[in-house]
Design a protein. Structure first.
Length: 264
């Protein structure tokens, strides 16, 4: 799919991977529909897009609030049109042991990314199916393929998003609507600044063997995925190789994750 003239909706577009993807996709001709909770930050992203000659429509919304998502979707359909591409990039959640995690925070970690992706996708799906075209891209984490200590709620939510992604693909396999997942390894984003202690709980093997990506590098991968419609993309390359090996040597990889992971 070419980006030029395509309507591309991005949740979590106010910072990090979402903002970087919005700016890059707009530079390549995409008409951007920007969603996140903060209007001020979305306006800043839209201004960056406009200064480069692109178009960015701002629709502040809490993507975990189904009623708010549906209300915003109705406005988008009227004012901009049904997106050609939806990039579910909203995500949150601290890295904590299960006993450190309150019930309320566990629910919040499921809100974004899982429910945010479900609600946003569902809001536009009937029109995409009727049109027989569209592309849903779910931005996940490589944590959706593994388990390691000290991030129980976060990992559970990421596995839920992976399950949604794979089940949705089966739902839509005869409709013309494509589904992809981009699940990068460690990315240098504001997440680690606002979630103190999370970076310390990344298994040591990650920093030893896998390069930390920038938001811009992941954005380039996402834009390539829009074009290629590849089902699953796990950057960097060595992380992708580890995911491919995991079914054949799960015990070894689980031991390495546990051995170099967070300690009580």
């Amino acid at each position: 799919m070419k980006l030029s003239g395509k309507k591309i909706l991005i949740t979590g577009a106010s910072s990090g991977i979402g903002a970087a993807t919005a700016v890059l996709a707009a530079a390549q001709g995409g008409e951007m529909i920007l969603q996140a909770r903060s209007r001020d930050k979305l306006d800043q992203v839209a201004d960056r897009i406009a200064s480069a000659g692109g178009t960015g429509h701002v629709y502040p919304v809490d993507a975990a609030d189904n009623a708010a998502v549906e209300s915003a979707a109705a406005k988008i359909k009227t004012e901009v049109g049904v997106p050609d591409v939806i990039i579910n990039c909203a995500g949150a959640g601290r890295w904590l042991f299960a006993d450190e995690t309150s019930g309320e925070e566990a629910r919040q970690m499921m809100d974004a990314p899982y429910f945010a992706a479900f609600f946003t996708t569902r809001a536009f799906l009937p029109e995409m199916i009727a049109r027989k075209s569209g592309h849903i891209i779910n931005i996940n984490s490589a944590a959706c393929f593994f388990a390691f200590p000290g991030a129980t709620g976060y990992i559970s939510a990421r596995w839920a998003l992976r399950g949604f992604n794979d089940a949705l693909r089966e739902d839509l396999h005869t409709t013309g609507v494509k589904v992809s997942m981009v699940a990068p390894g460690k990315v240098a984003t504001p997440y680690f600044e606002t979630n103190e202690g999370a970076e310390d709980r990344i298994p040591g093997i990650v920093d030893m063997f896998y390069p930390t990506l920038t938001s811009e590098q992941v954005a380039r991968t996402i834009v390539k995925t829009i074009r290629s419609r590849k089902k699953t993309v796990v950057p960097p390359l060595l992380m992708s190789a580890t995911v491919a090996l995991n079914p054949f040597m799960p015990g070894v990889i689980r031991w390495l994750m546990r051995k170099t992971g967070a300690k009580r």
